[in-house]
Design a protein around this ligand. Structure first.
Ligand code: URA
Length: 244
């Protein structure tokens, strides 16, 4: 059985972005921290860090944030970047502000372009992140693309061939699946994550992607009820769907 990690309360809360250890001590003294409905005054106390802690601990009357090991499913809106470094609106701005101070940090699992919307995962679990993006896992990503020009009818075979070489690259793309939705709309499923891959694949056929939206990742589908900019935490069951 895996060993349950323990942490000092002040270290734990500080690593979750609530404030410095001194601030946590002050908050506890003022009655701002409860565990199992009782005031927790001694923040040097070590407690087991279990996933049910947010149900048992309150900070300033609010349930504790999720402990490390979370996976967030976001419906990424257009116009936001996935990079920690870029200037301008970033997907991290959608999440609670203190989550920017968490350690381990929350990162996106792969990236979507600024002008791509849809299913985006974020996590603070580095192992999971690497498993999802590892080319060896072949996790399928499905995009809905609206195109500037009608499809020719030959794109499906080309994308499935495993022979398509993108400009400036030395290795052909792995086979990808195309499902035509209309003359100018298609669903494209890829297992790689090359730079601007979907846009470049259609560009290689003489077309141009006008709108791009990710609908699926592995066995996970973006729920209809999750509007652009909304997010939810995934359960363990939902996380395992990624690899199906
Ligand atoms: N392919 C692209 O071209 N852009 C994305 O954001 C994702 C895949």
């Amino acid at each position: 059985m895996a060993k349950i990690p323990t942490s000092r309360v002040d270290r734990l809360l500080s690593s979750m972005g609530y404030g410095s250890r001194t601030e946590m001590a002050r908050m506890a003294k003022a009655g701002g921290i409860t565990l199992d409905a009782a005031d927790l005054v001694d923040v040097t106390r070590r407690i087991p860090v279990t996933p049910d802690l947010p149900k048992r601990m309150e900070i300033d009357g609010e349930p504790l944030d999720p402990v490390a090991g979370m996976v967030i499913l976001l419906n990424k809106p257009l116009g936001m970047t996935c990079s920690h470094k870029e200037i301008g609106p970033r997907v991290y701005d959608i999440l609670p502000a203190r989550w920017k101070r968490r350690d381990p940090v929350i990162s996106t699992i792969g990236r979507l372009d600024k002008q791509t919307s849809g299913l985006l995962l974020l996590t603070d679990d580095g192992d999971l992140l690497h498993r999802v993006i590892s080319p060896r896992r072949h996790v399928k990503k499905t995009y809905r693309a609206r195109l500037a020009r009608p499809l020719k009818g030959t794109e499906g075979d080309l994308f499935a061939s495993g022979q398509l070489m993108l400009e400036g690259e030395e290795k052909p793309l792995a086979p990808a699946g195309l499902e035509v939705a209309s003359e100018t709309e298609a669903l494209l499923s890829v297992t790689e994550g090359r730079y601007h891959q979907v846009r470049r694949m259609f560009a290689a056929t003489g077309n141009h992607v006008e709108e791009l939206h990710r609908e699926r990742l592995g066995g996970l589908t973006l729920p209809d009820e999750l509007a652009p900019g909304q997010w939810k935490l995934l359960s363990d069951e939902e996380i395992s769907l990624i690899f199906q």
